[in-house]
Write a protein that binds this ligand. Structure first.
Ligand SMILES: [Zn+2]
Length: 235
C-alpha cells in the first residue's frame, strides 16, 4: 500500500491564503493534484466516482469534516466498506501516517498482512484490510459492482509477467514504472519488484515532473527504494 503524503493545506491562488474548505468535496481536485487519481486503500486507478474519504469518521468527529489533514481519496467500494467505522487510530495502519509499503502482500486478488512483520503490526495491517474490505471476494451478485478483487488479481499477473520480461531484458524500468501508474495498484508493483532497485527507485519517488508517474508518495525510502521508518509511524 503506497504511503501517502498529501502535503500542507493548499493555498488559494488568488489571495495566497490557506484554503478553507466549505465542503469536503471541494478538496477533491487538490487531493488529485497532490497524490494522483488512486484509491488510498485498495489502490485502484480511479476514473469516475472519486470520493473524498475521511480517515476519521465525519459523523463521529464533525470538527474534522472539512479538515485537509483528515482527507484521502478513495473508491466507492472502500469508502462504503469503511463507512462510519472509527477504530482507535493506533489500531490500524494508515497510508497517510505509516510506511505501509511493505505491510501487505497480494494473493490472487486478496490483500493479506506481510507474515514477516511482528504479530502486533500484522494485527494492525489486518484491521486496515478489514476496514476497507480488501480481502473481499465479491459474491456472484456483487461481481459486477465490486471490481477490486478481480482487477487486483489481473494486475498481479501482469506485474509478474513484466518482472520476467525485465529479467529477460525485454522491458526497462522506466516502462514498468509507467505501467504501474497506468494500471494502478502501486503496492502490487512495489512488492513484485522487491529486489529490483531500478524499478523500486522509480516507484518510491515522492515527486516527479513526469505526469505519467506517481506523485505524493511519502518520502520514506532509501536510495534503492526500500522502506525506511517514517517519522511518527506505527511500524
Ligand atoms: Zn478502493
Amino acid at each position: 500500500m503506497r504511503p501517502l503524503d498529501r502535503g500542507p493545506v493548499p493555498v488559494d491562488q488568488d489571495t495566497g491564503s490557506l484554503l478553507v474548505f466549505k465542503h469536503y468535496k471541494d478538496a477533491k481536485i487538490h487531493l488529485i493534484n497532490r497524490m494522483g487519481k488512486f484509491c488510498a486503500y485498495c489502490e485502484i486507478r480511479l476514473t469516475q466516482l472519486i470520493e473524498v474519504e475521511h480517515i476519521q469518521s465525519k459523523l463521529k468527529f464533525p470538527h474534522l469534516k472539512n479538515e485537509w489533514s483528515n482527507f484521502v481519496l478513495s473508491c466507492k467500494q472502500c469508502n462504503a466498506a469503511k463507512l462510519d467505522e472509527n477504530p482507535n487510530p493506533d489500531d490500524w495502519l494508515r497510508p497517510d501516517r505509516d510506511n505501509t509499503s511493505d505491510a501487505f502482500r497480494y494473493r490472487a486478488g486478496v490483500v493479506v498482512p506481510n507474515s514477516k512483520l511482528s504479530p502486533e503490526i500484522q494485527a494492525r495491517a489486518a484491521r486496515t484490510i478489514a476496514l476497507a474490505g480488501l480481502a473481499r471476494i465479491p459474491t456472484r451478485e456483487r461481481l459486477d459492482i465490486d471490481f477490486r478483487w478481480s482487477d487486483r488479481r489481473d494486475c498481479e499477473a501482469i506485474a509478474r509477467k513484466k518482472l520476467e520480461e525485465f529479467h529477460a531484458g525485454e522491458v526497462d524500468a522506466e516502462t514498468i514504472a509507467e505501467l504501474a501508474f497506468g494500471y494502478g495498484f502501486w503496492g502490487i508493483w512495489y512488492i513484485t519488484f522487491e529486489g529490483v532497485p531500478e524499478v523500486r527507485r522509480l516507484l518510491s519517488r515522492s515527486q516527479t515532473e513526469d505526469t505519467k508517474q506517481y506523485q505524493g508518495t511519502a518520502a520514506c525510502f532509501d536510495e534503492n527504494g526500500n522502506p525506511l521508518p517514517r517519522p511518527g509511524d506505527l511500524l
